[in-house]
Design a binder for this molecule. Structure first.
Ligand code: ZN
Length: 433
């Protein structure tokens, strides 16, 4: 038995507190959203049991930064659209609570990796509550899922889709030759895949692999690293792509409607997760929609731990930024766009929030039924938040200047309109005014 073998699995993850989502009058719209694999906006067609969505969650070695927030807001909007349309939603998110980056950070800081992971996961939950993100039904840790993951890896081994390294490490890799569709999610050529694999946690240069792109399924126990019983695999810990494939299959079924994450997960993570799932089930595509949110940059660079240029949600909150203004700032451009976080964007978010709040505080305003219909239309079309925000801006402008309320006095207009706008913005955009 390897040193540091952990016999008991840790307790399951708790999700965060759900915001109250108002119910709106009239009918919601069916959602269409961009599928990276087909490279086009396509309608989502949930089955009779409702929509299924799996979003790749955090590796909790650091606090929630604005890139995480933008990604979580994107999928929150999808949840809100489905709820508005009366579609039941099964939403699962994972926490990669054991992986190399977490262990590396814990070693660097001389901290216990479990304590580090628990602290950052707790902070993430707090940030999600502040941002009024509707929580997933299941928030699932990698560690609690290890027995299921090990069983999936063993199944791939006995199926001939995986192999054990001959170097005595106990490491097991997936054979990409066992996935004839490999590459369809990202649409990338071999050279691009190799470059991204090296950049994003893969090990294309490792000798002894059948194909440089073969992803790790199980890492055999190493001295000084935590390890778990893996049955026929021997002690070790799971790879990241099989973690997500396993949790999604276990919690949501053999195929799902949306597999989501930031666009840095397109390759290799979502490509490999899909390849694993499809080999395990024999069904393709694993997800009808692979949906990717843009990166949030800072001073011209993608926000990432390796560049050390992270803007943390918790820090911005502590600096007095209203989380609702933060939401508006991150929704000001389309979710798929890589974009910049700037002081100007922050200021615009704060000003917009203040204007909207002033507009709904009036005793009456311009009739808002058209605004509600417009909001639904814009968001149903690939979550067009810039279009949606512009519509609310227009209504708020009219409300504040007295345009469209008849006589122009505060007593003119529709007394039900401010309340309807407040509810619509809350339910569909997640912004409480
Ligand atoms: Zn994932």
């Amino acid at each position: 038995m390897a040193a540091g073998l952990i016999l008991a699995t840790l307790v399951g993850m708790e999700t965060w507190m759900a915001p109250r989502v108002p119910t709106l009058p009239g009918a919601g719209r069916p959602l269409a959203i961009y599928d990276s694999a087909r490279r086009s906006v396509q309608p989502v067609r949930p089955g009779p049991a409702g929509a299924t969505m799996y979003v790749c969650g955090i590796t909790p070695y650091d606090a929630t930064h604005l890139g995480h927030a933008a990604t979580m807001i994107t999928f929150d909007l999808a949840v809100r659209m489905w709820r508005d349309a009366g579609v039941a939603v099964s939403y699962v998110q994972n926490v990669t609570d054991i992986d190399d980056p977490l262990l590396e950070r814990a070693v660097r800081d001389g901290e216990d990796w479990i304590v580090l992971g628990m602290r950052e996961t707790a902070l993430f939950r707090e940030d999600m509550e502040a941002l009024r993100i509707v929580p997933p039904q299941a928030y699932v840790g990698a560690v609690e899922s290890i027995p299921l993951i090990a069983a999936r890896v063993a199944a791939l081994l006995s199926d001939g889709a995986a192999y054990r390294m001959a170097d005595g490490t106990g490491d097991v890799y997936f054979d990409v030759a066992a996935a004839p569709r490999f590459g369809y999610v990202s649409g990338l050529a071999g050279a691009e895949m190799l470059a991204l694999s090296a950049e994003r946690g893969g090990d294309p240069q490792r000798p002894g692999k059948r194909d440089p792109l073969d992803p790790l399924l199980w890492r055999g126990a190493r001295e000084g690293e935590p390890a778990w019983e893996g049955g026929p695999l021997g002690p070790g810990r799971p790879g990241w792509h099989i973690e997500c494939a396993t949790i999604a299959l276990d919690r949501l079924g053999e195929t799902i409607d949306i597999q989501g994450g930031g666009n840095d997960l397109l390759f290799p993570h979502h490509e490999c997760s899909a390849a694993h799932a499809e080999r395990l089930t024999g069904l393709a595509p694993f997800a009808s929609h692979y949906v990717h949110a843009g990166m949030i940059g800072l001073a011209g660079e993608k926000m990432s731990k390796s560049k050390g240029n992270l803007a943390f949600v918790s820090r911005l909150r502590a600096d007095g930024l209203d989380p609702m203004a933060l939401r508006l700032a991150l929704m000001a451009e389309h979710y798929r766009a890589d974009r910049e976080w700037t002081d100007e964007l922050r200021k615009q978010g704060e000003q917009r929030l203040a204007r909207w709040r002033a507009a709904v505080a009036a005793p009456a305003g311009p009739p808002a039924a058209d605004l509600l219909a417009g909001l639904r239309d814009r968001l149903a079309d690939d979550l067009d938040t810039p279009g949606a925000l512009a519509l609310v801006d227009g209504w708020a402008e009219a409300a504040l200047t007295g345009a469209g309320v008849g006589s122009g006095s505060g007593s003119g207009g529709d007394p039900a309109a401010p309340g309807l706008v407040r509810s619509a913005v809350d339910a569909l955009l997640g912004v409480r005014l």
